[in-house]
Design a protein around this ligand. Sequence first.
Ligand code: HEC
Length: 493
Amino acid sequence: MLRAVLLASALTLPLYAQDGGQLFTLYCSACHGADGKGATGGQFPPLAGSDWVMGDAARAVKIVLHGLHGEVEVDGRKFNLEMPPQGSVLPDDQIAAILTYARTSWGNKADPVTAEFVKATREATADRKAPWTANEILKLHPLPKAKPPIENLISQVYEGEWQSLPDFSQLKASNVEEEHDGKISIKKAGHDELFGMVWEGDLTAPEAGEYLFRVDADDGARILIDGKKIAEVDGTGPMDGGRAKEGSINLSAGTHKIRVEYFEYKGNEGIAVAWRPAAVKGWKALSDTSLKGGRDPILLGPQNGRAVIYRNFISNTTPRAIGIGFPNGVNLAYSADNLTAELVWKGNFMDASRHWTDRGQGDQDPAGEEVTKLSGSPALPKGSRFKGYKLDPAGNPTFSVQIGNQYVLDEWKPGTFQTLPALVRKISVRGGSAPVEILLGDKQAAKQSDDQQWELVPGLTIHTEGLYPEIRDGKTYIKVPPGASVPITYCWK
Ligand code: HEC
């Protein structure tokens, strides 16, 4: 009996690992990186070393089935992006193989996931339509307690009046404490002015390489690694990002001594310390206060010839906007409220740093040029419902809208028009008997510029095949009969 079980697992494990690797490359690596560290230098969250992947497998299965959106912290770094659901594309056994691979690769260690488990999880969450938020998932499947960012951390409090960093080695601490949460904090200092603090502990570099450290303080602070000064903010002043300092050091893999010194003169007080591998974007906080400012632009963009999706608040469109960056340098934002593409632009896609490095609020501007607003009102009749989107293997979306017994499928792909980069849209209507009228633009009555070419808004033309746009009340529509597929090419002229 025991032998049979051992034999069975010995046979299935390597098989899973093989298939899982290939499937991972196909379905996950565009965003999470072939090495699991997160694509585009870690702008996407890592699966390597991620607690989300290990432990209770239901957490990762549900994320793969239904997707994840909103703010999420992975291995000390914050992300605020959108993972599209994969449940309709991937059958149970493939999800099991992929997650088994992710749970046993790049140093990850966790039990394999079976197809039966994925099936049961899928059935138990059949009602789930929207992507999860991190909070929802964590309520159901909490993460193991995270390792403290600084281990064996000790804090010492000093009393005195300084307007620049003193030589703490000449001073006697009035209080020494172990800080089990491993975070630099002045909350328990017992003072709010005329004091200093020193923290010492162990910091583990996961691998050898260059690491950056950043410190900001009200009033002064410095960071030392293995006794070497890395960055210092001296004198008195506010902690608003303007005085923050950065430094770097090459570290071997393993544990290093970190020492942080701080003083507060009068008025407001605070300290923020963070670090990151030089090659990876996104600071990891070492303090209970996050850094302000110091944002690198994090340019999201397509990779490996595949379109990239970004769901967040995008300026100049509605709250439920879906951004798509295509590999030919054209981008669009689709509004799930108005059921159409509302913005198109060229060049860079999105700068996601606002949402990554702190709790950025507000809308994100497209990062590129020639941002063109096509329309800003509902494109389909009242009662139409957004049903979601599917991505083809190249990451190109088809948005789907239901109107009674009819479906409008709105597909967008990168293309060219007379050698210029363009967006190729295909609108199809399925079911029903009446044609569906779709708003293309409400900024002006489209002006015909050539046989099948129209200026939809100043600077942007559309080229239609088979059907002509219709103009009414200064707006441009297209009427698509059931069963038809109408291609429309968008191009800047
Ligand atoms: C189109 C890009 C994309 C694809 C494809 C994708 N993911 Fe994700 N994934 C993300 C993003 C973005 C997040 C973070 C979402 C957020 O910010 O809320 C994420 C989060 C996760 C998380 C939780 C956080 C973490 O880093 O551990 C897991 C687990 C995960 N994805 C697994 C997978 C697996 C397995 C696949 C392949 C089946 C996959 N993802 C495919 C973009 C993607």
